[in-house]
Design a protein around this ligand. Structure first.
Ligand code: GLA
Length: 400
């Protein structure tokens, strides 16, 4: 653990004040953990098919300040909800009243199940990642919790294992069947680098972002992702159905990741049309991710942008997880000179689109979205600037 400072000093000072106000003063050392949200450049709905994804961490994050206690109580104050939640490490149950606390409860439960010895703790939490916008605010909360617990309880956990435990907490405690991408990049992202993750082996590579003249704009449709859970699970099931059928004719495949484009072309006719379309998206999207990595490595923004548009079209037409508002964002972005590419990001059915844009065209893009998006959809968008941020980190609070 580093004696570094966490940026966002004002937010941290506010948290320390809230810690003292809600949990009293103490001599125990205060630690601070910060974990970012994410957007995915490309590689959507591939993680649970053991394929490739290519996300970046964003400048929005969750910060937790905490102190160790000598008993088994956990007290967590949410500065955003202004709610205090308390429980014992010996009885961690799902809390229907304060849903936000389940991410924290879930992480502490899976850490204990994995054999980690935890002590009680007083925590305060704040976040500035828009919730329900598909920017992985929950993964950031999970990772920040895992990191603060690791720091307070003197544990050593491999970063990839932290991501796996966080995914487990979301799958088993919170009850959302997500893949590994969001937790992985929140933990392992690196400043000014995109992160290629092989979701089968969990090997990863940081690919440098070679230009400070190319930016990512996040455009929130402000459509709440209503269908996301049921449709997400349905897509997972359809992929499973496709895999079962293809494994009858392709020996040795255990995930759609194993199916090449030429094998898919040869055998696609055995699949029913909906399942065929879902599998086609996954097979081609995996290939697009690897091409996108090469494009970023060589600074070929034009090609990277084309791949993003192709990914969006595939998600819209084959995987059917887009919506009119996301399509409108991409259409507007496409019409602005200086935009390389745009696509929906995350699970879909609302949430955010991203655009890859030259710095000099950023303002034109923003103006175009602010003018045309309300005309096309009747909604007001929210635009977020982001750099390519670093993954989670932890430090001591040294006072101001
Ligand atoms: C959500 C999930 C991720 C991933 C994306 C789709 O963000 O949490 O694991 O499956 O959807 O790519």
């Amino acid at each position: 653990m580093k004696m570094a400072s966490v940026d966002g000093t004002n937010r941290v000072s506010m948290l320390i004040a809230a810690l003292e106000k809600n949990c009293g003063t103490s001599d125990a050392q205060v630690h601070v953990a910060k974990a970012p949200g994410r957007v995915n450049l490309i590689g959507e709905h591939t993680d649970y098919n053991e394929g490739f994804v290519f996300p970046i961490a964003i400048d929005r994050n969750v910060i937790i300040a905490g102190r160790r206690r000598s008993d088994r109580r956990v007290r967590v104050y949410s500065a955003d909800y202004e709610q205090l939640n308390e429980f014992s490490l010996d009885d961690i149950a799902f809390d229907k009243q304060m849903a936000w606390s389940n991410y924290i409860r879930g992480i502490l439960a899976v850490l204990q199940d994995a054999g980690c010895e935890l002590s009680g703790m007083d925590l305060v939490v704040t976040g500035n990642i828009p919730q329900g916008a598909g920017l992985s605010s929950s993964a950031a909360l999970e990772i920040a919790t895992a990191d603060i617990a690791t720091a307070l309880c003197d544990l050593t956990i491999d970063p990839v294992d932290t991501a796996k435990l966080a995914q487990k907490a979301e799958n088993e405690f919170v009850g959302v069947q997500c893949g590994i991408m969001d937790q992985f990049v929140s933990k392992l992202g690196r400043k000014d680098h995109a992160l290629l993750i092989d979701c089968r082996s969990l090997e990863y590579r940081h690919i440098p972002w070679l230009s400070d003249q190319v930016r990512v704009l996040i455009a929130d449709t402000r459509v709440q992702r209503g269908l996301v859970d049921s449709e997400y699970n349905k897509r997972r099931q359809e992929c499973e159905t496709g895999l079962q059928a293809l494994s009858q004719v392709l020996s040795g495949i255990t995930a759609l990741r194993d199916v090449s484009i030429s094998q898919f072309r040869e055998h696609a006719h055995i699949l029913d049309p909906v399942v065929r379309a879902r599998c086609q998206h996954v097979v081609y999207e995996n290939a697009r991710v690897l091409e996108a990595v090469e494009a970023l490595e060589s600074g070929d923004w034009v090609h990277l942008g084309q791949l993003m548009y192709a990914s969006h079209e595939s998600l819209r037409d084959l995987y059917e997880v887009s919506c009119p508002e996301l399509n409108a964002m991409v259409e507007i972005a496409r019409s602005v000179e200086g935009v390389y590419g745009a696509r929906m990001t995350g699970a879909g059915f609302g949430g955010c689109a991203i655009a890859l844009v030259e710095e000099r065209a950023l303002e034109d893009l923003e103006k175009a979205i602010l003018r045309r998006y309300p005309e096309m959809t009747g909604r007001d968008p929210q635009l977020l600037h982001t750099g390519v941020a670093s993954g989670a980190h932890t430090c001591f609070w040294k006072g101001q």
